[in-house]
Design a protein around this ligand. Structure first.
Ligand code: ATP
Ligand code: MG
Length: 258
């Protein structure tokens, strides 16, 4: 289970960032006092436009950055105080993950597997399972730099799942993928959920969310503006389609000057 309680993240900006964001302030509030829960056996979607705070939230859940205020618990462990316990339980995929292009898929799986302290046998079993599932075997001993975008993404997913985590946190997992590859990924996320795991994804693509997620949180300018099942969000916004609901929430919250 993930419990996000009054989470706020403020970044300190350097001069270059201040110039880029055209601000005189050297701090920027990326996420502003958000709370939500996500349970096992569920796919939770964090939806929002560019710059809304999705990656910041997911990176904090994955212990890569510390909350400025509030707490985030993963299976009861605090991301700031018990980060090792959280890392053991979590599989995190980010689009910023750069895999060294000289290594082979098989080597990367073994390397990350040994970082998690897995036995050679366990690593070989996971390689077998995940490479078969995602069609990576023909490329197992090729250099990562020579793989296609889709194959690299599938490999990143396999690497992030090497330790068979109970909680899966994927930032925009289908970004840049064709529909066949994207479907392979979303089908697998559904399988993980059916195995009783908790899956959290971020996306700005509403059709992905409506097909995939059991529960969503819509984040705009660092604030959660709607949360619940898709049906609840549609009912509360008086709409029939998630895209319409999103546009309405966006319009309303921009008007209110959030
Ligand atoms: N390391 C950082 N330092 C300073 N500001 C940052 C940093 N990372 C993100 N931000 C700012 O925080 C805000 C939220 O960014 P974030 O990357 O979390 O949004 P996002 O919802 O993931 O957007 P996208 O859809 O573009 O991936 C943005 O205004 C961004 O410019
Ligand atoms: Mg992002």
């Amino acid at each position: 289970m993930i419990q996000v309680n009054n989470f706020t993240k403020i970044y300190k900006l350097n001069k270059k960032q201040m110039a880029e964001q055209r601000t005189k302030s050297n701090i920027s509030k990326a996420v502003d006092n958000i709370s939500f829960n996500a349970e096992k056996g569920q796919i939770f979607g964090l939806l929002g436009p560019n710059g809304a705070g999705k990656t910041t939230t997911l990176r904090s859940i994955a212990t890569l950055i510390k909350p400025t205020e509030g707490t985030i618990l993963v299976d009861g462990y605090d991301v700031a105080k018990d980060s090792m316990e959280v890392r053991r339980r979590i599989g995190f995929l980010t689009n910023e993950l750069k895999m060294d292009s000289h290594f082979t898929p098989k080597y990367l799986m073994s390397f990350f597997g040994s970082l998690y302290g897995l036995s050679k046998e366990k690593i070989d079993n996971r390689i077998d399972e995940l490479f078969s599932l995602f069609g990576i075997y023909p490329f197992a001993n090729k250099k990562v730099g020579d793989l296609s975008t889709g194959m690299k993404q599938k490999l990143s997913i396999a690497v992030s799942l090497i330790h068979d985590p109970q909680v899966i946190v994927f930032d925009e997992p289908t970004n840049g993928l064709d529909i066949i590859t994207a479907k392979a990924v979303t089908d697998y996320l559904k399988t993980l959920k059916e195995q009783g795991k908790l899956v959290v994804v971020s996306t700005h693509i509403m059709t992905v969310a409506s097909k995939l997620c059991d529960k969503i949180g819509i984040i705009i300018n660092g604030k959660i503006v709607a949360e619940g099942t898709i049906d609840t969000v549609l009912k509360n916004t008086n709409t029939f389609d998630l895209e319409d609901a999103f546009f309405q929430l966006y319009k309303n919250n921009i008007k209110e000057g959030i």
